[in-house]
Design a binder for this molecule. Structure first.
Ligand code: SF4
Length: 287
Protein backbone atom coordinates (compact mmCIF):
# COMPACT_ATOMS: atom_id res chain seq x y z
CA UNK A 1 0.00 0.00 0.00
CA UNK A 2 1.36 3.39 -1.04
CA UNK A 3 0.95 6.19 1.52
CA UNK A 4 1.52 9.80 0.50
CA UNK A 5 1.29 12.98 2.55
CA UNK A 6 0.16 15.98 0.52
CA UNK A 7 3.01 18.50 0.31
CA UNK A 8 0.52 21.36 -0.02
CA UNK A 9 -1.26 20.52 3.24
CA UNK A 10 -0.38 21.85 6.66
CA UNK A 11 0.17 25.23 8.24
CA UNK A 12 0.05 28.38 6.17
CA UNK A 13 2.75 31.01 6.81
CA UNK A 14 0.42 33.03 9.09
CA UNK A 15 -0.01 30.09 11.47
CA UNK A 16 3.69 29.14 11.27
CA UNK A 17 4.62 32.71 12.20
CA UNK A 18 2.28 32.69 15.26
CA UNK A 19 3.50 29.29 16.50
CA UNK A 20 7.14 30.26 16.05
CA UNK A 21 6.55 33.48 17.98
CA UNK A 22 5.08 31.44 20.87
CA UNK A 23 7.89 28.88 20.80
CA UNK A 24 10.55 31.60 20.71
CA UNK A 25 9.10 33.30 23.78
CA UNK A 26 8.71 30.00 25.65
CA UNK A 27 12.37 29.15 25.16
CA UNK A 28 13.16 31.78 27.81
CA UNK A 29 9.93 31.90 29.83
CA UNK A 30 7.81 29.30 31.63
CA UNK A 31 4.47 30.53 30.44
CA UNK A 32 2.73 32.64 27.78
CA UNK A 33 -0.94 33.57 27.53
CA UNK A 34 -2.59 33.29 24.12
CA UNK A 35 -5.91 35.01 23.45
CA UNK A 36 -8.08 32.22 21.96
CA UNK A 37 -6.85 29.03 20.28
CA UNK A 38 -3.57 29.75 18.50
CA UNK A 39 -4.70 27.36 15.79
CA UNK A 40 -7.98 25.47 15.29
CA UNK A 41 -6.41 22.12 16.04
CA UNK A 42 -6.66 20.57 19.50
CA UNK A 43 -3.68 18.27 19.04
CA UNK A 44 -1.35 21.19 18.25
CA UNK A 45 -2.86 23.30 21.04
CA UNK A 46 -2.18 20.41 23.47
CA UNK A 47 1.44 20.22 22.29
CA UNK A 48 1.94 23.95 22.85
CA UNK A 49 0.14 23.80 26.20
CA UNK A 50 2.66 21.17 27.31
CA UNK A 51 5.51 23.68 26.78
CA UNK A 52 3.76 26.52 28.63
CA UNK A 53 1.15 28.15 26.37
CA UNK A 54 -2.06 29.07 28.25
CA UNK A 55 -5.08 29.71 26.05
CA UNK A 56 -7.37 32.32 27.62
CA UNK A 57 -10.83 33.71 26.84
CA UNK A 58 -11.69 37.40 26.38
CA UNK A 59 -13.17 37.46 29.90
CA UNK A 60 -9.89 36.19 31.34
CA UNK A 61 -7.88 38.61 29.21
CA UNK A 62 -9.80 41.57 30.63
CA UNK A 63 -8.81 40.52 34.17
CA UNK A 64 -5.06 40.30 33.42
CA UNK A 65 -2.50 42.99 34.32
CA UNK A 66 1.26 43.46 33.83
CA UNK A 67 1.88 40.37 31.76
CA UNK A 68 2.49 39.23 28.16
CA UNK A 69 -0.18 37.92 25.77
CA UNK A 70 0.13 36.51 22.27
CA UNK A 71 -2.29 37.65 19.57
CA UNK A 72 -2.83 34.85 17.06
CA UNK A 73 -2.86 35.05 13.26
CA UNK A 74 -6.62 35.83 13.01
CA UNK A 75 -6.09 39.34 14.38
CA UNK A 76 -8.03 41.34 16.96
CA UNK A 77 -10.36 44.36 17.07
CA UNK A 78 -8.99 47.71 18.39
CA UNK A 79 -10.69 47.09 21.77
CA UNK A 80 -8.20 44.31 22.54
CA UNK A 81 -5.29 46.75 22.05
CA UNK A 82 -7.06 49.31 24.25
CA UNK A 83 -7.48 46.79 27.10
CA UNK A 84 -3.82 45.77 26.78
CA UNK A 85 -2.78 49.41 27.02
CA UNK A 86 -4.99 50.07 30.06
CA UNK A 87 -3.84 46.91 31.90
CA UNK A 88 -0.14 47.22 31.06
CA UNK A 89 -0.19 44.03 29.02
CA UNK A 90 2.65 43.51 26.52
CA UNK A 91 1.31 42.06 23.30
CA UNK A 92 3.22 39.72 21.02
CA UNK A 93 1.23 40.52 17.92
CA UNK A 94 1.29 37.58 15.49
CA UNK A 95 -1.60 38.85 13.35
CA UNK A 96 -1.03 37.50 9.85
CA UNK A 97 0.13 40.30 7.49
CA UNK A 98 -2.66 39.36 5.05
CA UNK A 99 -5.30 39.88 7.76
CA UNK A 100 -3.58 43.06 8.94
CA UNK A 101 -3.75 44.50 5.42
CA UNK A 102 -7.44 43.67 5.20
CA UNK A 103 -8.16 45.27 8.59
CA UNK A 104 -6.36 48.42 7.49
CA UNK A 105 -8.24 48.54 4.18
CA UNK A 106 -11.62 48.24 5.91
CA UNK A 107 -10.67 50.87 8.49
CA UNK A 108 -9.47 53.36 5.86
CA UNK A 109 -12.41 52.77 3.54
CA UNK A 110 -14.96 53.11 6.34
CA UNK A 111 -13.47 56.35 7.61
CA UNK A 112 -13.23 57.93 4.17
CA UNK A 113 -16.83 56.96 3.20
CA UNK A 114 -18.70 57.68 6.42
CA UNK A 115 -20.53 60.68 4.92
CA UNK A 116 -22.10 58.53 2.21
CA UNK A 117 -23.48 56.04 4.77
CA UNK A 118 -21.72 53.26 2.91
CA UNK A 119 -22.60 49.79 4.21
CA UNK A 120 -19.60 47.58 4.97
CA UNK A 121 -20.44 43.97 4.13
CA UNK A 122 -18.26 41.08 5.27
CA UNK A 123 -18.71 37.63 3.77
CA UNK A 124 -17.72 35.34 6.63
CA UNK A 125 -18.65 33.19 9.56
CA UNK A 126 -20.45 35.01 12.39
CA UNK A 127 -18.45 34.88 15.61
CA UNK A 128 -15.22 33.80 13.88
CA UNK A 129 -12.17 35.48 15.44
CA UNK A 130 -11.04 37.08 12.17
CA UNK A 131 -14.55 38.44 11.48
CA UNK A 132 -14.71 39.95 14.99
CA UNK A 133 -11.39 41.67 14.27
CA UNK A 134 -12.71 42.99 10.94
CA UNK A 135 -15.97 44.25 12.47
CA UNK A 136 -13.93 46.08 15.08
CA UNK A 137 -12.46 48.27 12.31
CA UNK A 138 -15.94 49.75 11.70
CA UNK A 139 -16.98 49.98 15.36
CA UNK A 140 -19.11 46.84 14.94
CA UNK A 141 -21.33 48.53 12.32
CA UNK A 142 -20.57 46.11 9.47
CA UNK A 143 -23.03 43.50 8.18
CA UNK A 144 -21.78 39.91 8.25
CA UNK A 145 -23.19 37.82 5.43
CA UNK A 146 -22.77 34.06 5.80
CA UNK A 147 -24.82 32.99 2.77
CA UNK A 148 -27.01 34.27 -0.07
CA UNK A 149 -30.06 33.70 2.18
CA UNK A 150 -29.08 36.79 4.18
CA UNK A 151 -28.98 39.34 1.38
CA UNK A 152 -32.24 41.01 2.44
CA UNK A 153 -30.23 42.66 5.20
CA UNK A 154 -28.62 44.96 2.63
CA UNK A 155 -30.26 48.28 1.80
CA UNK A 156 -30.04 48.42 -2.02
CA UNK A 157 -30.76 52.15 -2.03
CA UNK A 158 -27.49 52.85 -0.18
CA UNK A 159 -23.89 52.25 -1.28
CA UNK A 160 -22.12 49.09 -0.15
CA UNK A 161 -18.59 47.77 -0.09
CA UNK A 162 -18.13 44.00 0.18
CA UNK A 163 -15.10 42.22 1.68
CA UNK A 164 -14.49 38.59 2.50
CA UNK A 165 -12.99 36.81 5.47
CA UNK A 166 -9.64 35.60 4.13
CA UNK A 167 -10.48 31.89 4.45
CA UNK A 168 -13.78 31.81 2.56
CA UNK A 169 -14.15 29.81 -0.67
CA UNK A 170 -13.34 31.74 -3.84
CA UNK A 171 -16.19 30.23 -5.85
CA UNK A 172 -18.82 31.01 -3.19
CA UNK A 173 -17.50 34.55 -2.89
CA UNK A 174 -17.79 35.25 -6.60
CA UNK A 175 -21.31 33.74 -6.68
CA UNK A 176 -22.27 36.07 -3.83
CA UNK A 177 -20.75 39.06 -5.65
CA UNK A 178 -22.79 38.27 -8.77
CA UNK A 179 -26.02 37.92 -6.77
CA UNK A 180 -25.54 41.22 -4.91
CA UNK A 181 -24.55 43.00 -8.12
CA UNK A 182 -27.74 41.77 -9.82
CA UNK A 183 -29.90 42.95 -6.93
CA UNK A 184 -28.32 46.41 -7.09
CA UNK A 185 -28.84 46.53 -10.86
CA UNK A 186 -32.48 45.44 -10.49
CA UNK A 187 -32.92 48.33 -8.05
CA UNK A 188 -31.39 50.67 -10.67
CA UNK A 189 -28.38 51.30 -8.42
CA UNK A 190 -25.65 49.14 -9.98
CA UNK A 191 -23.14 51.98 -9.51
CA UNK A 192 -23.53 51.88 -5.71
CA UNK A 193 -21.99 48.44 -5.23
CA UNK A 194 -18.25 47.78 -4.86
CA UNK A 195 -16.30 44.76 -3.72
CA UNK A 196 -12.73 43.71 -3.06
CA UNK A 197 -11.28 40.24 -3.44
CA UNK A 198 -9.69 39.65 -0.04
CA UNK A 199 -9.50 35.86 -0.05
CA UNK A 200 -6.10 34.53 0.95
CA UNK A 201 -4.58 32.65 -1.96
CA UNK A 202 -2.80 30.30 0.45
CA UNK A 203 -6.26 28.92 1.14
CA UNK A 204 -7.90 29.42 -2.24
CA UNK A 205 -5.13 27.58 -4.10
CA UNK A 206 -5.42 24.69 -1.70
CA UNK A 207 -8.95 23.95 -2.89
CA UNK A 208 -7.71 23.12 -6.37
CA UNK A 209 -4.63 21.26 -5.10
CA UNK A 210 -6.75 19.23 -2.66
CA UNK A 211 -9.22 18.27 -5.41
CA UNK A 212 -6.36 16.96 -7.60
CA UNK A 213 -4.75 15.12 -4.69
CA UNK A 214 -8.07 13.48 -3.73
CA UNK A 215 -8.52 12.12 -7.26
CA UNK A 216 -5.05 10.55 -7.29
CA UNK A 217 -5.69 8.07 -4.45
CA UNK A 218 -7.99 5.14 -3.63
CA UNK A 219 -8.60 6.56 -0.20
CA UNK A 220 -8.15 9.94 1.47
CA UNK A 221 -7.51 10.50 5.15
CA UNK A 222 -8.26 14.13 5.85
CA UNK A 223 -6.67 15.19 9.16
CA UNK A 224 -8.23 18.20 10.83
CA UNK A 225 -10.30 19.48 13.72
CA UNK A 226 -14.08 20.02 13.64
CA UNK A 227 -13.38 23.61 14.82
CA UNK A 228 -11.47 24.47 11.64
CA UNK A 229 -13.74 26.07 9.00
CA UNK A 230 -10.94 25.70 6.46
CA UNK A 231 -10.74 22.00 7.40
CA UNK A 232 -14.46 21.37 6.87
CA UNK A 233 -14.33 23.26 3.58
CA UNK A 234 -11.35 21.28 2.23
CA UNK A 235 -12.76 17.98 3.50
CA UNK A 236 -15.94 18.57 1.48
CA UNK A 237 -13.75 19.11 -1.58
CA UNK A 238 -12.05 15.76 -0.90
CA UNK A 239 -15.43 14.04 -0.53
CA UNK A 240 -16.71 15.53 -3.81
CA UNK A 241 -13.62 14.30 -5.66
CA UNK A 242 -13.15 11.01 -3.82
CA UNK A 243 -16.16 9.52 -1.98
CA UNK A 244 -13.74 7.25 -0.09
CA UNK A 245 -12.55 10.18 2.07
CA UNK A 246 -12.41 9.99 5.86
CA UNK A 247 -12.23 12.88 8.32
CA UNK A 248 -9.96 12.10 11.26
CA UNK A 249 -8.91 14.26 14.18
CA UNK A 250 -6.45 11.92 15.98
CA UNK A 251 -4.05 9.27 14.59
CA UNK A 252 -5.71 6.47 16.65
CA UNK A 253 -8.83 6.82 14.49
CA UNK A 254 -6.86 5.26 11.63
CA UNK A 255 -7.35 1.90 13.40
CA UNK A 256 -11.11 2.00 12.73
CA UNK A 257 -10.69 2.32 8.97
CA UNK A 258 -10.98 -0.66 6.65
CA UNK A 259 -7.97 -0.62 4.28
CA UNK A 260 -8.86 -3.83 2.38
CA UNK A 261 -8.58 -3.46 -1.42
CA UNK A 262 -6.79 -0.10 -0.94
CA UNK A 263 -3.54 0.32 -2.85
CA UNK A 264 -2.96 4.04 -2.31
CA UNK A 265 -3.80 6.29 0.62
CA UNK A 266 -3.46 10.06 0.45
CA UNK A 267 -3.11 11.98 3.71
CA UNK A 268 -3.93 15.67 3.67
CA UNK A 269 -5.24 18.38 5.97
CA UNK A 270 -6.17 22.00 6.54
CA UNK A 271 -4.07 25.14 6.99
CA UNK A 272 -4.40 24.43 10.74
CA UNK A 273 -3.17 20.81 10.58
CA UNK A 274 0.38 20.24 11.85
CA UNK A 275 2.66 18.19 9.65
CA UNK A 276 3.66 15.97 12.60
CA UNK A 277 0.02 14.90 13.02
CA UNK A 278 -0.23 13.79 9.38
CA UNK A 279 3.09 11.93 9.78
CA UNK A 280 1.78 10.07 12.83
CA UNK A 281 -1.31 9.06 10.83
CA UNK A 282 0.96 7.80 8.03
CA UNK A 283 2.97 5.72 10.54
CA UNK A 284 -0.19 4.10 11.89
CA UNK A 285 -1.39 3.36 8.36
CA UNK A 286 1.88 1.55 7.65
CA UNK A 287 1.44 -0.53 10.79
S1 SF4 B 1 -4.92 31.51 5.75
FE1 SF4 B 1 -3.85 33.21 4.76
S2 SF4 B 1 -4.62 35.01 5.83
FE2 SF4 B 1 -5.14 33.28 7.11
S3 SF4 B 1 -3.42 33.11 8.53
FE3 SF4 B 1 -2.97 31.76 6.78
S4 SF4 B 1 -1.73 33.02 5.39
FE4 SF4 B 1 -2.73 34.40 6.83
Amino acid sequence: MRITIDDHSGFCFGVIHAIEAAERYLQNHNMLYCLGDIVHNNEEVNRLTSIGLRVISYEQFEQLHDTTVLIRAHGEPPRTYDIAHQNNITLIDATCPVVLRLQKHIFDFHHSHQQEECQILIFGKKGHAEVIGLLGQVEGKGIVISSVDELDRIDYAKPAMLYSQTTQGLEQYYKLIETIKKRYEDAGNGHLFQYKDTICRKVANRAEQTALFAKEHDMILFVSDQKSSNGLYLYNICKENNPNSHFITRPEEVKNIDFSNTTSVGICGATSTPRWLMEQCAELCKE
